[in-house]
Design a protein around this ligand. Structure first.
Ligand code: C2E
Ligand code: CA
Ligand code: CA
Ligand code: CA
Length: 279
């Protein structure tokens, strides 16, 4: 009926208004967050499956807002991308993690590696590559120890633009990782067209590795593809010993997930991993 249609439309409109209102609230709070030191970085270890030793860490951004409480990156990275704030946030995460991990490495016999998430939008910044190279050169961490993780679903819009920039990054020695691998529909064409040297097997496949033969088949297929392209293979979201054992059977190289560690503050990372390695 007309009345119901109208009611439905009103309801729909209200929901949109609420979402728009929430996004605007988040946007203005986010603008202040960087100034007010509300943004921080935590580190989730990546473990070499063969040896059980730490390979490196993934830097993950955190926002503890005075106004809004703890906000997940899932809820603010999209807004940061739409408003351009992603450039400042991305640069902050990069600077902070470079400082933290080069400091951490002073206590290590062998330096660990650092993975940083890159929004494809950041590639659009003028002089992105030059700025990155300059920033990294101000810290004591080789380019070869740095991996830039890029989510494939977001690359698609800008492939012809992104491709030469990714090549420049590789030429400077940075590693490039396709994040959430297998969830987009262009995964395979990316591998042959972009200078990628790592894939991260998405958590959704690792989750169902032991309960769904489809997921098991898919993980094996992804690893076979990774081997043929000679890529480093990282499994994300590893939560159990059984998942780890299966990934080990399939010769996956690196595992990351709650089974080993949640994302850790620099202090907790140092407590857990510095002592272990220097002893
Ligand atoms: P992602 O890059 O796929 O990061 C992995 C996410 O899975 C992280 O969530 C991590 O805390 C979580 N995780 C790790 N191990 C496990 C596990 O065993 N089980 C489960 N259930 N979850 C696990 P987080 O930190 O909330 O980050 C969410 C997403 O936000 C990231 O997904 C990434 O896409 C984005 N993000 C985080 N930090 C940054 C950043 O500095 N820059 C950009 N552009 N994006 C970021
Ligand atoms: Ca990632
Ligand atoms: Ca991921
Ligand atoms: Ca994921």
């Amino acid at each position: 009926s007309k009345a119901r249609q109208k009611g439905g439309f009103l309801f729909f409109n209200t929901q949109i208004n609420q979402q728009v209102h929430k996004d605007l609230q988040v946007e203005s709070a986010l603008r202040l967050a960087l100034k007010n030191n509300e943004i921080s970085v935590v580190y989730q270890p990546q473990i070499l499956i063969q040896s059980g030793k730490i390979h490196g860490v993934e830097a993950l951004v955190r926002w503890n807002s005075e106004q809004l409480g703890q906000i997940s990156p899932v809820d603010f990275i999209g807004i940061a991308e739409d408003t351009g704030l992603i450039h400042e946030i991305g640069m902050f995460v990069l600077e902070q993690s470079l400082a933290d991990i080069s400091y951490f490495n002073t206590s290590q016999e062998h330096p660990i590696a650092l993975s940083v998430n890159l929004s494809p939008r950041q590639l659009n910044a003028p002089q992105f590559v030059e700025n990155l190279v300059t920033t990294v050169s101000q810290h004591d961490l080789d380019n070869q120890l740095i991996t830039l993780e890029i989510t494939e679903s977001l690359l698609i819009e800008d492939l012809t633009y992104a491709s030469p920039i990714l090549q420049q990054l590789r030429d400077h020695g940075f590693n490039l990782s396709l994040d959430d691998f297998g969830t987009g529909y262009s995964s395979l064409s990316y591998l042959s067209n972009l200078p990628i040297n790592e894939i991260k097997i998405d958590r959704s496949f690792v989750d169902k590795l032991l309960t769904s033969s489809e997921s098991d088949n898919l993980v094996r297929a992804i690893i076979a593809i990774g081997e043929s392209y000679r890529l480093t293979m990282v499994a994300e979201g590893v939560e159990t010993a059984e998942q780890l054992a299966q990934l080990s059977n399939y010769h996956c190289h690196i595992a990351q997930g709650y089974y080993f560690d949640r994302p850790l503050s620099l202090t907790d990372l140092s407590h857990k991993y510095s002592a272990k390695i220097s002893s």
